[in-house]
Design a protein around this ligand. Structure first.
Ligand code: AMP
Ligand code: ZN
Ligand code: ZN
Length: 350
């Protein structure tokens, strides 16, 4: 008979995430030990071959038009390129001198149908095919984050854009179609439902407690690591096993207000979290999302909106229960996942 572990002796529990107003069912009986979680579809390291990859340096002609590159001086090789998506989800608005401007054709027609105008860009994070984001130095990861910031600042000139979603898909089962390290920026003419739900629940929390949810001190047993300006935690009602949030210590509503020093600090912590997940979970496919606030928020909303970066390793698919109920079953208690991640030794694998 299989013996049960301390984690499996925990009773199931439902927890509500006060930030997103979502219930999560913690069901340790469905789990192996937290430390035994491994990805079944690990990402093979990318090959060095670049002959057919449009994102590799030298193949720029196979890409949709460039928006900007870093460094911008053409006498140096580029390190980061922000380009238009060849297959954009939304039709691009006009861009003049690198800045978007909207024509009347982009205005909505009702509250149920809006024209599919927006921006869908790709951020190529490195010129080299075999290099992953977590292989870069903290300063270089910071430069990628500053490329997101610069592009958001350009896009926000366009009044009809309401929300900018930055995200990364890594690995086929996390939705990636290209193996060259990249992320995406999708600027929408509407506020997505998860963002409006978050606005409502953080307002409710603020009205009841006088505090911003994410400014509150995080319980020690949920902490994974700390940097000067950011902390990383497993959220108390994590939807997915080993989900991580990186949260700015100081209250800040918008990711795009980040400065260079904070971007390098965040770059270091993001790199560390990605390395830890790779070592602990057998290089799993993952997504990360920058959960920021709508571009236009009122002064009162600024008090309770606090951005964070959410990292989700893809270890199990979403099933009928999740689709039907909007509730998630997570077999790993956040305190157990945080302990495992705190203790991962990555010194030999950096
Ligand atoms: P993913 O599917 O998450 O790997 O993201 C890769 C994105 O790159 C997709 O949204 C593609 O539409 C886009 N893409 C593929 N080939 C090109 C290309 N040659 N130039 C620009 N974007 C591309
Ligand atoms: Zn490539
Ligand atoms: Zn806050």
């Amino acid at each position: 008979m299989a013996s049960s572990t301390p984690e499996q002796n925990r009773s199931p529990e439902l927890r509500r995430d006060p930030l997103n107003n979502r219930w999560v069912v913690f069901s340790p009986a469905r789990a192996k030990r937290p430390s035994d979680f491994k990805s079944k579809s690990p990402q093979n390291p990318s090959s060095n071959s670049n002959s057919s990859c449009p994102f590799c340096i030298g193949n720029e002609h196979d890409c949709a038009p460039e928006i900007f590159r870093f460094p911008s001086d053409p006498q140096y090789d580029w390190k980061i390129r922000v380009i238009e998506n060849l297959y954009p989800a939304l039709s691009r608005a006009v861009e003049k001198d690198g800045y978007p401007s909207c024509g009347t054709s982009c205005q909505g027609y009702s509250d149920r149908v809006v024209k599919g105008c927006g921006f869908h860009d790709v951020v190529i994070e490195t010129p080299v095919h075999s290099v992953q984001l977590s292989d870069l130095e903290p300063r270089e990861v910071g430069e990628v984050l500053l490329a997101y910031k610069k592009r958001i600042e350009q896009i926000k000139e366009c009044e009809f854009i309401k929300y900018v979603q930055v995200f990364k898909n890594h690995g086929a089962s996390a939705g990636a179609s290209m193996s060259h390290s990249h992320s995406q920026i999708l600027a929408l003419p509407v506020i997505p439902p998860t963002v409006s739900a978050r606005l409502c629940s953080t307002k409710e929390y603020f009205d009841q407690t006088g505090n911003c949810c994410l400014c509150e001190v995080q319980p020690k047993d949920l902490l994974v690591d700390e940097a000067k300006y950011f902390v990383s935690i497993v959220p108390s009602a994590a939807m997915f096993p080993f989900e991580i949030w990186i949260i700015p210590r100081d209250h800040s509503s918008h990711f795009h207000d980040i400065d260079s020093e904070k971007a390098i600090d965040l770059g270091g912590l993001l790199k560390l979290m990605l390395r830890k997940l790779a070592v602990q979970l057998n290089n799993p496919p993952f997504n990360f999302m920058i959960q920021t606030s709508p571009l236009q928020v009122t002064d009162s909303q600024l008090a309770y909106t606090h951005w964070y970066l959410q990292i989700v390793p893809q270890l199990s698919g979403v099933g009928g229960f999740e689709i039907g109920s909007g509730c998630y079953i997570n077999p790993v208690f956040p305190e157990d996942a945080a302990k495992v991640l705190r203790e991962v030794n990555i010194s030999n694998s950096m």
